[in-house]
Design a protein around this ligand. Structure first.
Ligand SMILES: [Zn+2]
Length: 247
């Protein structure tokens, strides 16, 4: 009995010591939520419990039938698989998260979310053959102002978890002059296509390319990028990985 009590006492003392150590760590290195910037107490989590509870996960990876994101591209482009981690609504935390990525210089948040995506797609059979991660390019002027391309930072996080190579040089965003785009004469898709260019001498032989973006709304950017990659790599399957979707 005496031994039992001593053992309990020992455990308790050890736990208290750990808590003290963790509190000291928080004083020395306070841990702030990547979304709301409030300090997270007693936890090494990157996102606080309140923000985490407000993120609306699609869980599309658990669907046995087509997801609304799959359906968005039906009749437009043949996709191997689609994935979106979060649902993007009018007033939810996902909106705030995307705002942080776009305007608040949060490459760390993008990479963190990329790692979370990576963990999920590692479990998905449809993504097992992916051999290239291609982020939707940002125009270099925008990238210069923002300091980074959020789709590329997401892709870095996905790469860190899955080891799938990141390819940033095969698809570029370009700007043609007004006369080149023959304004008003082209359809919307053709107009979009004028904004991208791909390497016309592809050195790679990709089997399955995943296009990475931060948010899918109408899907027109993804559609254009897919068409360009299908032209450049006719033997490759194309899939979509997005942080969020409005669909
Ligand atoms: Zn938070």
């Amino acid at each position: 009995m005496k031994g039992q009590m001593n053992r309990d006492f020992g455990t308790k003392k050890k736990l208290n010591f750990n808590k003290l150590g963790s509190d000291l760590m928080h004083i020395i290195y306070p841990n702030f939520c990547l979304i709301c910037d409030f300090e997270i107490q007693h936890s090494p989590a990157a996102i606080c419990p309140i923000c985490a509870s407000e993120l609306h996960y699609t869980n599309y990876e658990n669907y046995t039938e087509a997801s609304p994101l799959d359906e968005l591209f039906w009749g437009r482009i043949p996709l191997q698989a689609t994935f979106a981690l979060l649902y993007f609504g009018e007033q939810n935390a996902t909106r705030k998260l995307l705002h942080q990525l776009k305007y608040k210089n949060r490459a760390d948040l993008a990479q963190h979310m990329g790692e979370e995506i990576g963990q999920r797609i590692l479990q998905m059979e449809a993504f097992k053959t992916v051999d290239a991660l291609v982020p939707v390019p940002l125009h270099h002027k925008k990238e210069f102002i923002r300091g980074y391309n959020q789709a590329e930072e997401l892709a870095k996080g996905i790469q860190a978890v899955t080891n799938i190579p990141l390819q940033t040089e095969i698809l570029k965003r370009i700007v043609f002059t007004e006369s080149q785009t023959k304004k008003g004469k082209l359809s919307r898709w053709e107009n979009m296509q004028q904004k991208f260019a791909y390497d016309t001498s592809p050195k790679h032989d990709f089997k399955h390319i995943a296009i990475i973006d931060d948010v899918v709304t109408t899907g027109s950017t993804i559609e254009t990028c897919s068409r360009m990659l299908m032209e450049a790599y006719p033997n490759a399957k194309i899939s979509i990985i997005s942080l969020a979707t409005a669909n």
